[in-house]
Design a protein around this ligand. Sequence first.
Ligand code: R5P
Length: 289
Amino acid sequence: MPENAALALALAEKLNIEIGSIELRDFPDGECYVRVLSEVAGKKVLLVCSLDHPNIKILPLFFLAQTLHELGANQICLISPYLAYLRQDKRFKTGEAITSGIFAKFVSGWVDSLVTFDPHLHRIHNLAEIYPSKNIITLHAGQKIAAWIKDEVTSPLLIGPDEESAQWVSKIAVGLGAPYVVVKKTRYGDREVSISLPELNDLSKTPVLIDDIISTGTSMLTLIQQLLLKGFKKPVCIAIHALFNKEIYTELLETGAVKIVTCNTIPHFSNVIDVTDILVDELKNNFLK
Ligand code: R5P
């Protein structure tokens, strides 16, 4: 899909496979027009579409996948480095839609395989619990993040801004041989959280805040403020998936972040850590075998 052209081109080059061509545009009334320009009959098709801002992307993607099937594509593998609709995995209030399950069933209806990075899982432990597709592959950016920290940060102390982040932070810390802590976060609303820091005494370390997502930035902003109040150095902020905008980026820097870096699972100005090779290895050993 258009926003993921750079990743699609990199994959095509590294895997030595054909790059497909489509025409995608909107009619004046907002409906979308989709046309497949490449010959796809009998071929395996890799559809590359990161699902940030999913509502505007999903319908064109669905039309495209259905058309590929109709034109005789053999198998369709959806590569969504960021997979949407995972946070609402429970009916917290009466009448709420459990969008994670509904979305998973919908997507599974038209793809044969799905590849993603570090999905935002809370109460669900494995994507296969909600995605009925046969082949669901979850990749992890941790080793690339650890390598980046090793090269760029002296004496890091890794900090996870909430209990869910423990799954990423602990593995990266082990890979690096660095200390880590996970703080307790309570969320009161989209833009309101409170964070309680454990006893931290070694102020010589550089705090490296690691989360799967920066969205409103509230979690990172609150944590940065608390660390600076305790006398810590300005922290480095790392997220796998960059869902934030320029204003939040600026606010994070103004609040005291020394650097904000993300992985290229969503094309974004903060992308520094390249995870393409992880995807290449997986595709070589699985879908393209
Ligand atoms: C918690 O639910 C997540 O792991 C992230 O901490 C959260 O999504 C980040 O969101 P925000 O940037 O809006 O605080």
